[in-house]
Design a protein around this ligand. Structure first.
Ligand code: HEC
Length: 437
């Protein structure tokens, strides 16, 4: 039942979920990363711990600087929600989405360096093999797939009945998959690697992760976190009291498992003792993605509130005002200003002052009266340079009334709309004050 709910929630309701830019910002001048115009569906952290990548229903992926909280790039390629992201050992990133495609990205390049048409249905999970040479994907076309980056070949794994929701690699390179049919499957890869094992869990599985010590961790509709040995035998099952579980992550030292629920809470489990350590109440909104960061000291969560929230992995406290973009002077100069509050949704990508450097988006300094895609020193998408728009009170209002995808087709800016006319006007009044020298 949950998988159907999930399918509706994840697959079909994009338009509904891309609601107005909420001022969900009220709770905090906190260390959260804001920038997505839709629910955050996927998260990963780079092997060097300096960058994070998020995928969203807004059809974009964003690369975040973990230290400053600024968005350093917006990746747009997928035609539909970006449901899965992964970091590769060599620093590249992988994205996959509703469009059944996989894209590989190199930092600093605006377009994917490689793309694959992998599945006939949405891809909902990705994993990178320990040697970085293979990418596994899970799809609602009822298959899992492994793409070799060495020879470009793709192998399809059939057997699941229904959506395949999760994939992982064991340290020895074997593929593990799980799905709506309640099974966890450990696939035979080479003729001598033994039979495929099929473990029936009794609960539709939404999430799976493999820890560096070979434990397979799987969870789903019934709220239990199952820890399996690499041969598929059950090692432990931990009740979280939270249903259903929507996302899992394991800390780099294998000591902790984090499990998030559709109700918004996150349970931290001691992976060795198989006991609940503590629970993070969260925001009461569904969480779809988790990743450990800062060498396991922090946990990132992403969900329906469109933010990437940061928590201490030691005690569950929210990470406070530590990023450079979280309490920028520019907003401090406009206390109580509704427009400034709304600009919090933009600040990860846009600076306002004359000499501030570009973030993922161009500086908006001097934007009024300027022709689109002419801000100096920024590499705009080619499609924008052909548009005949001059930025004004009216055209910036249109940009957020219709949304960037419709008003400026071909843009990298994540899809977002501000449906309330008074809010659009407040944002523009603020921009007029803050972008003129
Ligand atoms: C996640 C990053 C991101 C967020 C958040 C974001 N933008 Fe953008 N924005 C971009 C990018 C990237 C571009 C350039 C698009 C391109 O070249 O394809 C852009 C372009 C623009 C432009 C056109 C600039 C020009 O010189 O032509 C305006 C205006 C703009 N954004 C305003 C906003 C406002 C206002 C908000 C907040 C409500 C916002 N953006 C939120 C990334 C973002």
């Amino acid at each position: 039942m949950f998988a159907d709910d999930c399918r509706i929630a994840l697959g079909r309701a994009l338009v509904v979920l891309l609601a107005t830019l909420a001022v969900a910002t009220a709770q905090a001048g906190d260390g959260s990363f804001r920038g997505h115009g839709g629910p955050v569906r996927a998260l990963a952290v780079s092997s060097k711990n300096d960058l994070a990548i998020s995928g969203s229903f807004d059809q974009s992926a964003i690369i975040w600087n973990m230290r400053t909280g600024a968005a350093s790039a917006v990746l747009r390629f997928h035609d539909g929600a970006v449901n899965a992201v992964a970091a590769m050992p060599d620093g590249r990133f992988v994205t996959a989405g509703e469009d059944g495609r996989i894209a590989i990205w190199k930092a600093g390049e605006g377009a994917p360096v490689q793309t694959f048409e992998e599945h006939t249905g949405p891809i909902v999970a990705l994993a990178v093999s320990p040697d970085g040479q293979e990418i596994a994907s899970a799809s609602w076309d009822e298959t899992a797939s492994v793409r070799s980056l060495t020879n470009g070949r793709s192998e399809s794994f059939r057997g699941h009945h229904g959506n395949v929701n999760a994939v992982g690699f064991l340290p020895d390179g074997r593929l593990v998959s799980a799905g709506y049919d309640t099974t966890v499957r450990i696939w035979r890869r080479e003729p001598d690697s033994g039979a495929t094992s099929v473990l029936t869990t009794g609960s539709p599985i939404n999430a799976l992760t493999v820890s560096g010590n070979s434990d397979i961790i799987a969870a789903g509709a019934d709220g239990a976190v199952r820890i399996l040995a690499p041969d598929g035998t059950s090692r432990a099952s931990v009740e979280t009291q939270e249903v259903p579980i929507t996302a899992l992550a394991v800390s780099p030292d294998h000591s902790k498992i984090a499990a998030a629920s559709i109700a918004g809470s996150i349970t931290i489990v001691d992976a060795v003792a198989a006991k609940v350590l503590f629970q993070i109440a969260g925001t009461k909104q569904p969480v779809w993605a988790l990743a450990f960061a800062v060498e396991g000291r922090e946990l990132l969560s992403g969900g329906n509130d469109r933010m990437i929230r940061r928590w201490s992995a030691t005690n569950g406290e929210p990470i406070g005002n530590v990023t450079e973009t979280s309490s920028p002077d520019i907003l401090a100069g406009f206390p109580g200003d509704r427009g400034a509050e709304l600009f919090r949704a933009c600040i990860a990508c846009h600076t306002l002052k004359r000499d501030a450097e570009n973030r993922a988006g161009p500086s908006l300094n001097g934007v009024f009266g300027r022709r689109i895609a002419t801000a100096p020193g920024y590499n705009f998408s080619p499609a924008l340079k052909k548009l005949n728009i001059v930025w004004s009170v009216e055209t910036i209002a249109k940009l957020f009334e219709l949304g960037p995808t419709q008003y400026t087709p071909g843009t990298k800016m994540p899809e977002q709309r501000i449906e309330n006319a008074a809010d659009r006007a407040a944002l523009i009044r603020f921009l007029e004050k803050a972008t003129t020298n």
